[in-house]
Design a binder for this molecule. Sequence first.
Ligand SMILES: [Ca+2]
Ligand SMILES: [Ca+2]
Ligand SMILES: [Ca+2]
Length: 493
Amino acid sequence: MLVAAGLLLAACGGSVEDTATTLPPTTVAPAAAPVPDELALGAEVTFRMPDDATSQRLTFEVPPGGVVTLAVEGAATNAAVASVAVGPTGQTVSRVDVDPGETAAPFRYVTSTDGGGTWALDIQSRSGDSVTLLVDAPVQADGGSPGDAGPNAADPKPIDTATELTGLLGDADNEDWYVIPLAGGDIVAVTVAVPPGDGTASVFGDLVYNGNQVASFSVNEGGEESMRQIFAGDQTGETYLRVSGIGDYSFTVEVGPQTDGGSEGDAGGDLADAKDVGFGDVSGILGGDDAQDYYVANLPKDAVIVGTFTSSPEALGELRIELIHNGAKFTTASLNPGQSEEMTFAQVNGEGDQLYIRVASQGGEYTMTLEASTQPDGGDGTGDAQDEPGLAKQIAPDATFDGIINNTGSIDPRDFYTFTAAATGVLTLDVSVDARVGADTRIQVRDDANVKVADFSVGQGGSSTASIDVTEGTVYVMELTTPGQARYTVALR
Ligand SMILES: [Ca+2]
Ligand SMILES: [Ca+2]
Ligand SMILES: [Ca+2]
């Protein structure tokens, strides 16, 4: 019997096999029953040209998106070559010639959703010769359900996500469109593969959103390509996967929300829409129209913010980090792909003030590890030692404590302390400056007559000791200043 080659093509992912066999002579005898003018799909018939004719038209109905296949065999007793022209009525898309006793090369033609209808076989042969015919037109099953995927955004096919699906393109079917619903702030990942074949297949995939192509890739035979597109929080509605080209393909679509800051959803694209995060580990992703992520966190009073920021090695271009307080950027960092940077920044702020973090790039993942603690100035837990002598923070004459000053942006340029000498004699003042968060730091001490009794500087990572003659009961004021930012340790003894 004849086997519809196209069915084998579909089943074998595009490989061509000539599996038709020579019919036993008994079956090529003239048909016992007349062949109907309209052929049934999938049913083998033997047509004998009437004695008074050399051409005859037979028709069959092709459903939209059907893959038309035709197998033809000439009877061994035929006197000459028979030919069968095939195509939608009024049009020939192929002509199949078959020698006596031979099987013609397989024919396959892919129609699209807007194709189908009545097709014709125009048979020409010697009068009395016979051909055995098998036509079929199984409907494509693009995206795992019956039917061709439509040719545009007006007629896309819904699909299951996270499942490997298949599709078919070729002939009149140039584009398959699939619809992917977006909830806002989604990540859409698409993989498309084209099986190995005879070298004629290749497809092009792209994602379309709001009429614009937002991502694209091409896949050759035997290849597989993937793409990932990030959608911003306000990008809801639908995106479309368009596959165009020729051939069988398989594909998988995965859709899920971004998890910026550890919870479902994109971090907002402006200050008003910033995502609430605590300090700790914060990771997120940018890409496409999601070009910036904003976060907000409540600061402790007079916060020292320590952040480690890392851009993924696959990031697109520079990652920019901005820390914002009271509507003003107070520090920024720019990271290349794969780069990591630690930043420390001392603030002067009220309890519960908010820190905003803006992260911006063309695309990629990032992580931030954030800590915030109150400035340790004077060791009393109340925060910054103020930058006016009249408001100097009281310390004991034998105190040891840490502090921090930050003159970048004049946020906390000076720390003032005051102490009362417990005894007359020499008071020793040790000052060291942190090696990592450090800058030249100047220490000045004045007595209650505003006479300077000490004035020395300590560099980054350095330490120094001063001996000061003090008088019991006298109130002294100590001032620390720096042009940069410095963590310092002071010990009075
Ligand atoms: Ca298709
Ligand atoms: Ca994001
Ligand atoms: Ca301070």
